[in-house]
Design a protein around this ligand. Structure first.
Ligand code: CFM
Ligand code: HCA
Length: 529
């Protein structure tokens, strides 16, 4: 019996049938690594997924520092989205910073019975009186959708009364199947009400947006540092340490760099369709990943000076970290890891682990779509390539829900032949045969897989890390890095290696004994009576 079969075999037939489609043993034949993803979790299963509101307010909007964000709903929802992800933002002259606050309407039973719009209006009036923000965002949580408060009408009222920008997000937690629905809702509203509003003069001809970079542990700052050293102008970052003023100008950049595709692909595609700004998938996690990314960006701009400067910066950054990298390699080479994070890191961090000789035995996502697992072909820089190669018919479906490129078969083959198609995502094709890819890994499966695969490290989240840790396996949190970081770029790679080396070699492990190491696994009575 394979490891997966041993885990699945313990389920009832109904659950077995469902979960089997979410667990894939990687096969050398790429086409066979197909997985079910982005579908409802069976009720009763202890999923680690979050909700739509978490994806909208918690993830995409949360880091925007100068928008005062009011959560319309019970206080718990607001507190959760404020405290968990730890958004980092620097104070800047003339830019408000509300990151340390948690604004909520604190919905109670009478509001559910009689409606909560009055309370929401009062909260907006109070916020205006105390803070005078220029932008307010309203995010609704589950009860609001159930009772039917019209937050969009309230937003319109607020704009007229207070002469501000007020945007409502109907991101009730129950919508969709995970955080993923919330990303989409946030992206649509940012596109509709913010992007395109700015008219800042962009000086550089090498200007970029960094999309899907939320500055966890300071990652965005590190990425920006490297890009600026080379000579790029960073117009906006979605949304780590961002301000409305920057986001407004995103349409003016030459190129969008997409770090986390899952949470922001909608904006990348919409900016391309509406303003003609192309996008490119990047990965600033891992030394090799960063170098490859920097070279790809330089290749896009195709400028001799910029290419030279890129190589100089790579060489200089490498020289500064090479001794550390070599040292940590001696400590980490040959170790194994399991990764279970949201919708992009389980793939990105395999690049970084490879840098240190750590291999992956299992990787999974909470809410990724099939793209992130299986990959899809993308056509970068559609317009330019189409013109220069005389490709006649390319139709791009602009609806972000179905953003596949619909190409005629012969066109597709021609592009493939000329290596104009690049591949996005596809964690499967970088994983070794015999390892596991699991979608929506639940509590039970986590325990079972860890017991059977025995990885040296389990990279996971706030909720699930302690199960592993108490069973004697080191667990590092990849959501907010157990409050360490940055882990991106060159310096980040060293921070990461230092943290996991400390974790693996700490003497604390000799004081811990997993419960099943001292207690018998089977209990029962032997003999007749
Ligand atoms: Fe993108 Fe993210 Fe992630 Fe994500 Fe997230 Fe996150 Fe994550 Mo937590 S946007 S998909 S919804 S990289 S909050 S910064 S760590 S689950 S893997
Ligand atoms: C979220 C945010 C989260 C949660 C992490 C966790 C984050 O999706 O709601 O619960 O482990 O990164 O903070 O992913």
């Amino acid at each position: 019996m394979s490891v997966a079969e041993k885990v699945l075999d313990q389920y009832s037939s109904r659950v077995y049938k469902n979960r089997k489609t979410h667990i894939v043993e990687i096969n050398n034949n790429e086409n066979e690594n197909q997985i079910a993803a982005n579908v409802r979790t069976i009720p009763g299963i202890m999923t680690q997924r979050g909700c739509c509101y978490a994806g909208c307010k918690g993830v995409v909007l949360g880091p925007i520092k100068d928008a005062l964000q009011i959560v319309h709903g019970p206080i718990g929802c607001s507190y959760y989205a404020w405290g968990t992800r730890r958004h980092k933002g620097k104070n800047a002259e003339g830019v408000d910073n509300y990151l340390q606050y948690s604004f909520s309407t604190d919905m109670q039973e009478p509001d559910v019975v009689f409606g909560g719009e009055k309370k929401l209006k009062k909260a907006i009036d109070e916020a205006m009186e105390l803070f005078h923000p220029s932008t307010i965002m309203i995010c609704s949580t589950c009860p609001v959708g159930l009772i039917g408060d019209d937050i969009h009408a309230v937003a319109k009222w607020a704009e007229e009364k207070h002469n501000i920008k007020c945007i409502a997000f109907s991101c009730e937690g129950y919508k969709g199947v995970s955080q993923s629905a919330g990303h989409h809702i946030a992206n649509n509203q940012l596109m509709k009400f913010i992007i395109g509003e700015g008219d800042r003069k962009i000086e550089s001809k090498f200007s970029v947006n960094i999309l899907g970079e939320y500055n966890i542990g300071g990652d965005g700052w590190e990425t920006e540092r490297i890009l600026k050293r080379i000579g790029y102008e960073v117009v906006s970052v979605f949304t780590g340490d961002s301000s409305i003023e920057d986001l407004k100008n995103a349409h003016q950049a030459n190129l969008s760099l997409v770090q986390c595709h899952r949470s922001i692909n909608y904006i990348a595609e919409m900016i391309e369709t509406k303003y003609g700004v192309p996008w490119m998938k990047v990965n600033f996690i891992g030394v090799k990943g960063t170098i490859e990314t920097l070279r790809n960006i330089a290749k896009y701009f195709d400028n001799e000076e910029l290419t030279k400067r890129t190589e100089e910066v790579i060489a200089d950054e490498l020289e500064k970290i090479i001794d550390d990298i070599e040292y940590y390699k001696t400590k980490l080479k040959g170790k194994t890891a399991a990764l279970y994070v949201g919708g992009s890191r389980s793939h990105h961090y395999q690049t970084l682990l490879h840098d240190f000789g750590v291999s992956t035995v299992l990787a999974g996502y909470e809410f990724a779509h099939r793209d992130e697992y299986e990959g899809r072909e993308i056509l970068p820089f559609v317009k330019e390539d189409a013109d220069s190669k005389n490709i006649e018919s390319i139709s791009v479906e602009p609806d972000p829900e179905k953003y596949h490129l619909y190409l005629q078969k012969e066109v597709l083959e021609k592009l493939r032949d000329e290596k104009l198609l690049s591949y996005y995502g596809g964690m499967a094709k970088e994983m070794e045969a015999g390892t596991y890819m699991v979608d929506d890994l639940n509590h039970f499966e986590t325990e079972e897989f860890l017991k059977l695969l025995k990885p040296d490290i389990f990279f996971s989240g706030i909720k699930d890390k302690f199960v592993a840790q108490k069973s004697g396996i080191l667990s590092r949190q990849l959501h907010s890095y157990d409050y360490s970081g940055p882990y991106s770029g060159f310096r980040g790679a060293v921070n990461f290696a230092r943290d996991i080396t400390m974790g693996i070699y700490t003497p604390a492990w000799s004081f811990i004994k997993a419960p099943w190491k001292t207690a018998p696994i089977l209990t029962g009575t032997l003999g007749g009576e």
